[in-house]
Structures are given as C-alpha cells and as structure tokens.
Ligand binder design. Structure first.
Ligand code: KG4
Ligand code: ZN
Length: 365
C-alpha cells in the first residue's frame, strides 16, 4: 500500500530558542513509515540576548518569543510554500520549560488551531528530543535513549510512543548545566557546551585527574545486572573549580587542558553508565540481537562525546543513532515530529483550549 503523508506545524518556545517548523511524515497502516522530510525549520537563537548574563533570563526570553514567533511561523509557511490550511495538525511545546515562554508558544499554537479549525497537540519538549532521531533515520521502537540537555540527563527505555521507562538519571546537575557551569568557572562564554568542546580540541585529556563520580559503584543484582546507571556531575564541577584555581592565572593552553580533562571525565561517566543501561535494556528484551541506542538533546551535538558513545555502543553490540547537531539542540522540527506521531496515533488534545502549560513534566511516570 502506498504511503500517504501528513503535515504538521510545530512551535518551540520553552527556553532560549524561538522556533517554527513544518514536517511531512509518511503514514502506512496507521503508523509513521519512515523519517519523512523537514519542509521548513526556522530557528531564532536568543544567545546574544542572554550572553551578558551568563544564562537564560526568563523574562527576557518570554519577551523575545513574543516579538519573533509570528514572523518565524510566517517564514516557515513561506519556506514550505504552504498555508495553515495545508496542515493536518498544529503542535506546540506545552512544557517542561520556562513558563512564560511555554505559555507564548502554546497560546499561539492553540489560537492558530482554533482559527484554522485544525487538531491541536500540546507536546512534551522531552518527547520531542526523545523522537528527534526519527526525523532523519527510520529508527524503530524499541530503543535505549540517552537524553542529555541543559535541564536533563536520563537513560530511558523507549518501547513505543509515550512508553518511557527510566533506567538512570542525574542525582544533581544535568550534563549541559555542568558544561555551562564549567565554562563560567573558566570565564568562557554562554552557552558553555560548544565553547568547551572547541577549547578541548587543543588540550590534553589527561592533564588533570578529575573524578568520575558514581562509576566506582558497580554493584550488581542477583542476575548480575548493574544496579546503578545514575550520573552525578556536581563533584566533578567542584574538582574542576579547584583545578582552575590552582592553574590561575589562566591562558589559552591551560584552559584547553582544563576543558579537555573535564570533557574526558564527562565522556567516561556517560559511556560507562550508558553501557550499564545497555546491559539492563538487553536483559529486559531478552535479546542477543543488535539493538539501538539513541542519543538526543543539546549535549548530543558534541562530537567528542558522540565518538565515545559510539565506542560504548559497539562494545555492547548496539547501533548508535544521533541526530545531526542542529536537531540535537532545541528546534521546532522535533516538536512537529512528536506532534505528528501523536496525531497519527489518534492522540490529539480533546479540549485543546484546556491544555495546560507545565513548568515540570517528566517523561516517565
Ligand atoms: O537541548 P538544549 O538545546 O536545550 C534544553 O532543552 O536544555 O540543550 C542545551 C544545552 C546547553 O547546556 C549547552 O551548553 C549544551 O546543551 N550543548 C552542548 C553542546 N552544544 C550545546 N554541550 C556540549 N557540547 C556541545 N557541542
Ligand atoms: Zn531541549
């Protein structure tokens, strides 16, 4: 049977990117039948607005979303050469995130859906990241997901749309947050991730012996399976602070060594705990086959971490899927895709005007 296609407009305003995108998703036998196409992907980064403050200022973010979202939606429709009436549904991030920003995207999405008489879907931003690999590759369920962003660091078993089981998570800072704080310690710019990655390329990964928190806890259960797939980055940050103070005054070479040593520690933590979760995931599926690991979220844009995770995946006989860097960091294509998958599954918001904006919204129960 030939596939038909659905078209969804997605809006993203939960943090410091204002974004609107349109995706086309092929449908066969009532399910998405492949990656489909991104027909428009408009993103306006607010980095310059927030950089002087070293982090996102919620009130400034909300004002910027309000000023730019309409123009980005018009640009997305223009880029795809479509109108609202060509859409099968409209989706917007309903949380988690900075509530002022979430409200702006969500209210705009509801208003467009009401005016154009289209179904509406309030999307969990984390589900957008969780499904983002499916925008470019036909990666099927189930898969193990490592979600690494500015606010989250989690390992989840993804067995289907909306079916997420938590296997491990950070006990303190998220990885992206650790990168941002580490950058601040070394007086580097915001956001810290790309800046540290770039500096670390010129540094010595073993210059500083920084801790790998929680890796020593390799307790196993009665089946020999790891009990601990958690992360902790606050101790690493403290150790980096001490190393930075000891190395002062800093110059480019010293910053490169600190950044490289920090990144090596993060890579070890992510690879080791993800390997443990791959063992758990394999046991749950009782499978000896090659399985899938998906890495998503802003930190997944990091090439050094991608390489480390690819090696970890190979060692456990997992295939690694990571979206291209521009789809790892916040974007609206992933929100449109998650909305499209919900739409195809018949899960549109029954009373869209009542869909709440949520500052917190965990992916797993
Ligand atoms: O997913 P995202 O764009 O927004 C959230 O939902 O949080 O992730 C942003 C985070 C920031 O903390 C940023 O420093 C980090 O992702 N990040 C990176 C890189 N690019 C962005 N971290 C490490 N290496 C990168 N290349
Ligand atoms: Zn995000």
């Amino acid at each position: 049977m030939a596939a038909n296609h659905i078209y969804v407009l997605g809006l993203e305003t939960s943090c410091d990117e204002t974004a609107a995108a349109i995706v086309e998703v092929p449908v066969e036998n009532g399910a998405p039948s492949g990656a489909g196409r991104i027909l428009a992907n408009q993103i306006l980064s607010q980095i310059e607005t927030h950089a002087p403050y070293g982090g996102v200022v919620p009130e400034l973010a909300a004002r910027a979303h309000l000023s730019h979202l309409d123009g980005l939606i018009a640009a997305a429709l223009n880029q795809a050469d479509m109108t609202l009436h060509d859409m099968d549904a409209i989706a917007a991030t309903a949380g988690p995130g900075l509530i002022g920003g979430v409200l702006i995207g969500l209210t705009t999405g509801k208003a467009l859906a009401l005016a154009a008489q289209k179904p509406f879907i309030g999307v969990n931003h984390l589900e957008g990241h969780a499904l983002s690999a499916r925008l470019t590759e036909p990666v099927g369920f189930p898969y193990l997901l490592l979600l690494v962003s500015g606010g989250h660091c989690q390992l989840l078993a993804v067995t289907g749309l909306g079916d997420y089981t938590l296997l491990g998570q950070t006990r303190d800072d998220a990885v992206g947050e650790a990168y941002d704080k580490a950058a601040k310690l070394m007086s580097l710019g915001y956001p810290g991730g790309p800046e540290i990655e770039q500096r670390a390329r010129h540094g010595n990964r073993t210059a500083h012996a920084l801790p790998r928190p929680l890796l020593a806890d390799n307790r196993a259960d009665e089946n020999g399976l790891p009990k601990n797939c958690d992360f902790s980055f606050s101790g690493l940050k403290t150790a980096l602070r001490q190393a930075t103070e000891k190395a002062a005054p800093l110059d480019d070479a010293k910053v490169a060594d600190l950044a490289a040593s920090f990144e090596a520690a993060v890579a070890d933590c992510l690879s080791t705990q993800t390997r443990r979760a791959m063992q758990l995931f394999r046991h749950r599926l009782s499978s000896a086959d090659r399985l899938n690991l998906v890495v998503a979220g802003g930190v997944a844009a990091n090439q050094y971490l991608r390489d480390a995770l690819r090696a970890a995946a190979e060692a456990e006989n997992f295939a690694l899927f990571v979206p291209p860097p521009g789809l790892c960091t916040d974007n609206a294509a992933m929100i449109a895709r998650a909305g499209a998958e919900r739409f195809i599954a018949g899960q549109i918001d029954a009373a869209p005007m009542a869909t709440p904006a949520r500052a917190r919204w965990p992916l797993s129960d």
